[in-house]
Design a protein around this ligand. Structure first.
Ligand code: NAD
Length: 513
């Protein structure tokens, strides 16, 4: 195939054939075994990354511990200036990094660029926030006393991320953590290690240009065992982990066992409710992009469409027609809508889901299948499929990280649809398509969607950095990115100052000596 500018992108990002997977900034080292990263796009080897041993990890932790002592004393707006420079570097490298994301993860080049844009956006957000890490002041009950609260940096933030947003999730955490005065240690997914090295190279340049110490941004690499170095480490007060619910349950238990904090961003099972008052064109675009974008590998991908019975056939036919127009192929070729799954294990899960939905009584209405032949040599390209199903099928209750969309029917009013929508273990993203104010408000009300994200006339997938991102129930309860998500990266302290010559006690308690 044509190279699509990959060679040039790798060079621009400072990537080698074999890369050190452990870094404290400009010091890169590693003595662990090698991960070979193969592209799901064409099955070719992109490069190799050496993993982190326990001894390497100790060096990282020493550098991070030392760096924190300096970094926390820098005024927050000056920390913001470093994040501003990081955002500028990302602007310069946007095309190269977007291309690598597309090639290593398999999402379309446009989505790769979008992911880097999210990184830039969160940097901009964090720069402004660096002057707004506000606490409150309170009125003391004691005369001539002042009471207020302030936020201090936490320390070392451990970041564990998933393959499907191989660069953005890191920056959602780091941009905020850095302006809050924390230092970060990141373990990217073992499926996208080259993206991790590329990001670390970019921030290392900024830190070196500003003569900042090693350890403000650290990278470690490897599988779950390397992740466990951090979950078990009492020197890490906050572990931010993005990935499957299975992983989140293990991490939550481990971190809570040592009374650390965890920020969990786990799996979703996202639905769009389509009511009688929906706009068909908007519904089709929202549902199809939500279900097939990133080949169904977004945590916010649309998995279920809950359609009113009176319009069920009309919506079904329109969506089936839209699926006929989908072009599946190399995601770097902008003519294609759908790229590959991450690897052949994911293909096996997809196949299993299609078998299971039929076994449980569902009906496939858009056939799936694995593509082979010219352009599909990696074995990771699959056809987006649609099945008619019931919400209580075990497979429908489960997040299959692939482009499989389930059509579900509801009757009566919107409360029935909301009940179906909420009746899953996960609680990440949800949407309603309606022009009816009563339905929209019911969906957003206290008795409405139980998800962390609830949209009206927008699909489930994609979010802006300005809002807090995350979900309830088995999605883990964490919030990242905008709004006041920054607070989890800091520790709150309440201060009371007495400017009298007496020592009055609270609640009027008398204690005379
Ligand atoms: P995964 O759970 O297999 O792996 C995620 C990360 O966790 C990897 O870095 C992995 O090495 C690490 N890990 C796994 N077990 C661990 C353990 N016991 N201790 C420490 N670290 C461990 O997930 P994946 O396949 O990479 O990603 C897909 C999943 O991520 C989907 O479920 C998706 O919905 C979810 N996701 C959620 C969000 C969100 O914001 N809610 C965002 C992206 C992805």
């Amino acid at each position: 195939m044509t190279d699509f500018g990959i060679g040039k992108a790798l060079k621009e990002l400072g990537l080698q054939e074999t890369n050190e997977g452990t870094s404290t900034g400009n010091q890169n080292f590693s003595s662990g075994k090698i991960i070979e990263s193969y592209s799901p796009v064409d099955g070719k080897l992109i490069g190799k990354v050496k993993t982190t041993t326990k001894a390497d990890y100790e060096k990282v932790m020493q550098a991070a511990t030392e760096a924190f002592k300096t970094w926390r004393t820098k005024p927050a707006p000056l920390r913001g200036e470093i994040v501003r420079q990081f955002g500028e570097k990302l602007r310069e490298k946007k095309e190269a990094l977007g291309k690598l994301v597309s090639y290593e993860m398999g999402k379309s080049y446009q989505e790769g660029l979008g992911e880097v844009q999210e990184m830039i956006d969160i940097c901009d957000f964090a720069v402004g926030l660096s002057r707004q890490l506000h606490g409150l002041t309170m009125h003391s009950e004691r005369p001539r006393h002042r009471m207020y609260e302030q936020y201090h940096p936490l320390g070392i933030v451990g970041i564990i991320s998933a393959f499907n947003f191989p660069v953005a999730v890191w920056s959602w955490n780091t941009a905020l953590a850095w302006i809050c005065g924390d230092v970060c240690v990141w373990k990217p997914s073992e499926k996208t290690p080259m993206c991790g090295v590329a990001c670390q190279n970019i921030i290392a340049e900024v830190l070196a240009e500003n003569n900042l110490p090693e350890g403000i941004s650290c990278l470690i690499n490897g599988d779950y065992k390397v992740g466990e170095f951090m979950t078990k480490d009492t020197r890490i007060p906050l572990v931010s982990a993005t990935g499957s619910t299975r992983m989140g349950k293990i991490v939550a238990k481990e971190v809570a066992g040592r009374l650390g904090k965890s920020l969990l961003e786990l799996g979703g099972n996202n639905a769009i409710i389509v009511t009688q008052d929906s706009d068909l064109k908007m519904t089709v675009i929202g549902a199809v992009f939500g279900a097939v974008g990133t080949c169904g590998q977004r945590c916010t991908s649309t998995r279920r469409l809950i359609i009113h019975e009176s319009i069920y056939d009309k919506v079904k036919n329109a969506i089936v027609d839209a699926y006929k127009q989908l072009r599946i192929g190399n995601p770097l070729d902008e003519n294609n809508h759908v790229g590959p799954l991450i690897d052949t294990d994911a293909v096996a899960m997809y196949n299993k889901a299609l078998e299971k939905v039929v076994a449980e009584g569902g009906k496939i209405i858009v056939e799936g299948g694995v593509l082979s032949g010219d352009g599909y040599e990696s074995g990771c390209y699959v056809k987006p499929a649609i099945a008619e199903a019931n919400n209580n099928f075990e497979i429908v209750q489960h997040e299959t990280f692939a482009p499989v969309l389930y059509l579900l029917k509801y009757s009566g009013d919107v409360t029935n649809a909301i009940e179906i929508q909420n009746n899953v273990a996960q609680g990440l993203s949800s949407a309603i398509m309606t022009n009816n104010l009563r339905e929209a408000e019911a969906f957003l009300s206290v008795a409405g969607s139980d998800c962390g994200i609830a949209n009206v006339n927008i699909g489930t997938s994609g979010a802006e950095i300005g809002g807090a991102f995350g979900g309830e129930k088995e999605t883990g309860g964490g919030r990242e990115s905008g709004s006041d998500a920054w607070k989890i990266y800091m520790r709150r302290q309440t201060n009371t100052i007495n400017y009298t010559t007496d020592l009055p006690l609270a609640q009027g308690i008398k204690f005379d000596l």
